[in-house]
Write a new protein. Structure first.
Length: 369
């Protein structure tokens, strides 16, 4: 049967700004990862007001101001934290430093929105859980591969509408392009700072497993990491995988890597596959290779047929408006604190328990006999 354009399931309306200018003020601090731009754009699109930026590196600040010329430059982190007008601090610090920034932000009486991975150690996780429980402040996480991808948002709406029945398995594939290593900061190759591949980019996939299955927890059945092709960077994991089973009986598989070839027209062919009792969904988030379809492609197979939906421009990114209202109203609509930190916990557990695959076995297999 040929694939049809669309399906009978209706997407939710495109989100609109939820506040007026000045009603919700945020600051951007520590700009070590480019995700700070997406985080800021998402909040601005939902009506937030960007007041401050701070980073010790003036070059990063200058680049940020080119994108957001309305922002004021803070002289220090303390100037942001001491400003009573600021509701939330968005940060994309070095991964191992994100928890420290979040704890300082919470201690200052503000909510925190961090890039993923939100932390790198179990000690940090315990401290964050304690701080959020004691204060009620938010430690929100930018799991961008779900919350800032329309196909992924639409998939969640379809699951909620019963399009594929009960979700039995989630497969998350997260290939990335490493590019020229010289363009990467030194901390990118230091495991203590980036946390390992399953902690870092794998966190996206663990979050999606929990979200799409509706699970509260999961067990890591197995996990693996390797440095297959970058011996010059011995602390880099260039490959990782994990197999999990959730507390509601679903399973998940994660594969992340740094092996996107130069011939691909984008940084990675990220895909998610949801198997349900009544159908399945495949997301081709960033490209549908060898076609002109563009990103944001959702494929749905159900009892009525095969459907391809271009999600671009259909649902927007409701997370950001929901987060703003959660901060103002002290609710948990965008993402519960338990969920955000459980995804981080699974990432830590998978990384800590990972089998280190033997690169020499690959080398031997590649040699002619």
């Amino acid at each position: 049967m040929p694939a049809s354009e669309g399906a009978r399931y209706a997407p939710s309306p495109m989100p609109r700004p939820v506040v007026d200018e000045g009603e919700f003020v945020f600051a951007a601090a520590h700009l070590d990862h480019g995700h700070i731009y997406g985080m800021s754009e998402g909040l601005l699109g939902a009506g937030a007001t960007l007041k401050w930026v701070f980073d010790p590196d003036p070059t990063k600040v200058a680049a940020f101001r080119e994108r957001f010329p309305q922002v004021q430059v803070a002289r220090s982190e303390a100037e942001i934290l001491d400003d009573d007008a600021v509701h939330l601090v968005a940060g994309a610090a070095v991964t191992s430093e994100r928890a420290g920034l979040g704890l300082r932000t919470i201690a200052a009486g503000k909510d925190y929105f961090t890039d993923k991975a939100p932390l790198t150690t179990f000690e940090q996780l315990a401290a964050v859980r304690h701080a959020t429980a004691q204060t009620g402040r938010k430690y929100a996480v930018y799991y961008s591969e779900r919350i800032h991808v329309e196909a992924a948002v639409l998939a969640g709406q379809l699951v909620d509408q019963g399009a594929i029945g009960r979700v039995l398995q989630v497969i998350g594939l997260g290939p990335h392009r490493i590019g020229d290593p010289a363009t990467r900061p030194a901390w990118f190759f230091e495991k203590e700072k980036y946390g390992g591949i399953l902690c870092d980019i794998g966190s996206h996939n663990f979050e999606q497993i929990l979200h799409y299955t509706g699970a509260k927890d999961a067990e890591i059945l197995s996990s693996s990491i390797a440095n297959y092709a970058h011996p010059e960077f011995p602390e880099l994991d260039d490959y990782g995988d994990a197999h999990v089973v959730t507390d509601n009986g679903a399973t998940g598989f994660v594969r992340v890597d740094w092996f996107t070839p130069d011939g691909l027209g984008t940084w990675g062919d990220g895909r998610t596959i949801l198997l349900g009792t009544d159908g399945y969904i495949e997301l081709r988030k960033y490209t549908n290779i060898a076609t002109n379809d563009g990103p944001g492609q959702l494929f749905l197979v159900d009892g009525e047929g095969e459907h391809r939906i271009n999600a671009t421009g259909t649902v927007g990114y409701p997370f950001f408006g929901e987060l703003i209202l959660d901060c103002l109203q002290r609710t948990e609509t965008a993402m519960t604190q338990e969920h955000a930190l459980k995804a981080a916990e699974l990432s830590l557990r998978a990384q800590a328990g990972a089998r280190v695959l033997d690169r020499s076995a690959v080398d031997r297999a590649a040699r002619p006999s």
